[in-house]
Design a protein around this ligand. Structure first.
Ligand code: OOG
Ligand code: MG
Length: 255
């Protein structure tokens, strides 16, 4: 096994068994290209177990997120069917190590998109938009990582919940977003916090997947990134996101 294959097995095994691991950067400094190679190899292992590709997630697209984790590069990760949690359902904490939840906007692609595109071209490839909750779960101890670590760990991708899809004609530029835990507002923000406008995250996604030789496909889900800092999850919580003009999305946290 090559060194990158070994690291892919290391992060994949941690995700599969919900076991925390030491940061790769303690022993290997990965370049950004190597980190994405580890990510791709680790997701190949998921596909080999029967998981299927459903889209991508963008990360660190808001200042609040960059500050929370101390990394200020926009990153992306790959989403599979096994990560999707049921809207209104109960999420099992046992699947995760130290999960956090964050408020997002999801795009549903109706046409392929890749490379350098304008915001108008990007929106023309979108079939629907929805409020979404992402459950991130860094596999690293204490949820601490550098940019290479987090990319190799599939940008902490671990779960996501999508609300009702709405037509892509909704103006996404400045929608109020309230993330509540047990009926109390925990984080309050705006879709404008996502690179100034969530469509810029989709533009970045098209460029970044193309750099990896891939493209966004019709039917793909693209998560634009957390608009606020993420909130640690705990058993018994009820989690609700309300997005102005788009509606709400919720789940409960079980054992
Ligand atoms: C990295 C993933 C960031 C987002 O929406 O900004 C992310 C992390 O915070 O663990 O998903
Ligand atoms: Mg996220």
């Amino acid at each position: 096994m090559s060194r990158l294959d070994q690291l892919a097995a290391y992060v994949d095994e941690a995700a599969l068994t919900a076991t925390e691991i030491a940061q790769i950067s303690e022993t290997h400094k990965l370049t950004i290209a190597e980190a994405y190679a580890v990510q791709a190899l680790s997701v190949q292992r998921r596909y080999a177990r029967g998981e299927t590709r459903v889209g991508v997630k963008m990360g660190l697209t808001s200042r609040a997120k960059m500050i929370q984790v101390g990394v200020s590069d926009v990153v992306w990760g790959r989403l599979t069917d096994a990560m999707r949690e049921e809207e209104g359902g109960t999420v099992s904490m046992a699947r995760y190590i130290h999960p956090r939840v964050e408020p997002e906007i999801a795009f549903l692609m109706k046409a392929p998109l890749a490379g350098r595109v304008s915001p108008l071209e990007a929106m023309a490839a979108v079939g629907a938009v929805a409020p979404a909750l992402e459950i991130i779960d860094s596999r690293y101890k204490a949820f601490k990582f550098d940019v290479g670590d987090v990319i190799a760990d599939n940008s902490s991708s671990s779960g996501f919940v999508i609300g009702q899809w709405a037509p892509p004609t909704v103006d996404l530029s400045n929608l109020g977003m309230v993330l509540s835990i047990d009926g109390r507002a925990g984080e309050i923000g705006s879709s404008a916090a996502i690179l100034g406008h969530p469509v810029r995250s989709l533009v970045a996604a098209a460029r970044m997947v193309a750099e990896a030789g891939e493209r966004l496909e019709a039917g793909d889900i693209v998560l634009a990134g957390g608009a606020t800092a993420a909130i640690p999850m705990a058993v018994g919580q009820s989690v609700l996101l309300e997005v102005e003009s788009l509606g709400q999305v919720a789940f409960n946290v079980g054992d």
